[in-house]
Design a protein around this ligand. Structure first.
Ligand SMILES: [Zn+2]
Length: 273
């Protein structure tokens, strides 16, 4: 298994997991280079809700999707609210949120589909993207795991929902945990630490106390733990192990960029066959 940043064209890069096989799906995680947005959204900002010019975001989305061989006009994206609602989408929702934020799938933090060619997209700046591929039942998904989504176990709930909707067997499901803030840079206070201790009893490795007495939280491991609990096998879970704050010259980071910044996107679509 590997996670690599691959150059596509014109300084446009995509994060790519070898686990999510290209015969079945097309996917990519954006970096921050190769777009048209100006500071502080420089330059490949993929989100409409952060104050950037909508025309710039649309150009960025078109560039990235075109390089992936997908149609930006058809992408489906939600209004993300750090909740645990999961929406199954189909061709009927194609284009929702593509040009207008107000048209996004409301209050949703994970999308799943078995519709070939329909690109799912979620936006991130430090939160954890989790991408799913069921190679047997031909279905894909993306979940948004910030600390709130992770403590609500949105990744695990997405697995369960794929089981219900598509007949997915967890032991066959593939999952990839994308670039996001790492335990190196993610300090949390007692309240958040307490919620993780309750939600992940027995997993003390998720929180390391630092010299200041606060805690360093490991969202990558917290998401891996819930995928294992949901029945995925260890060899079907890959992690980028790439910290967006440490590497914010490559990725947008809400914390390292001082709060006002762009968003990266995680995109996945089932191939047409
Ligand atoms: Zn870091």
């Amino acid at each position: 298994m590997s996670f690599v940043l691959e150059h596509m064209r014109d300084n446009l890069w995509r994060g790519k997991f070898s686990l999510l096989t290209e015969e079945l799906c097309t996917h990519g995680l954006t970096g921050r280079l190769g777009g048209v947005s100006q500071t502080p959204y420089d330059s490949l900002n993929m989100a409409l809700h952060v104050g950037d010019l909508p025309e710039a975001v649309w150009q960025n989305r078109q560039r990235f999707f075109h390089a992936l061989g997908l149609k930006a006009e058809e992408l489906v994206t939600p209004e993300q609210v750090h909740g645990d609602h999961i929406e199954r989408v189909s061709r009927k929702q194609a284009g929702r949120g593509a040009r207008e934020y107000s048209d996004s799938i409301p209050q949703t933090d994970a999308l799943i589909t078995d519709e070939p060619g329909l690109p799912l997209m979620l936006c991130f700046a430090d939160c954890t993207p989790i991408l799913f591929l069921d190679p047997e039942h031909r279905a894909v998904g993306i979940a948004h795991g910030g600390w709130k989504g992770t403590v609500q176990k949105i990744a695990q709930k997405t697995v369960l929902r794929m089981q219900q909707e598509f007949g997915t067997r967890p032991e066959e499901l593939l999952a990839a945990i994308g670039p996001s803030i790492g335990p190196c840079c993610y300090e949390v206070g007692d309240e958040v630490a307490g919620k993780f201790r309750t939600a992940f009893a027995g997993h003390d490795e998720l929180l390391q106390q630092n010299a200041e007495g606060a805690y360093q939280l490991d969202l990558w491991q917290a998401n891996r733990v819930q995928l294992l609990d949901a029945g995925l096998t260890d060899e079907h879970i890959d992690r980028a192990d790439t910290c967006t704050a440490c590497k914010h010259q490559w990725f947008f980071s809400y914390r390292a960029d001082g709060g006002k910044t762009g968003r990266m996107a995680a995109v996945i679509a089932l191939n047409k066959y």
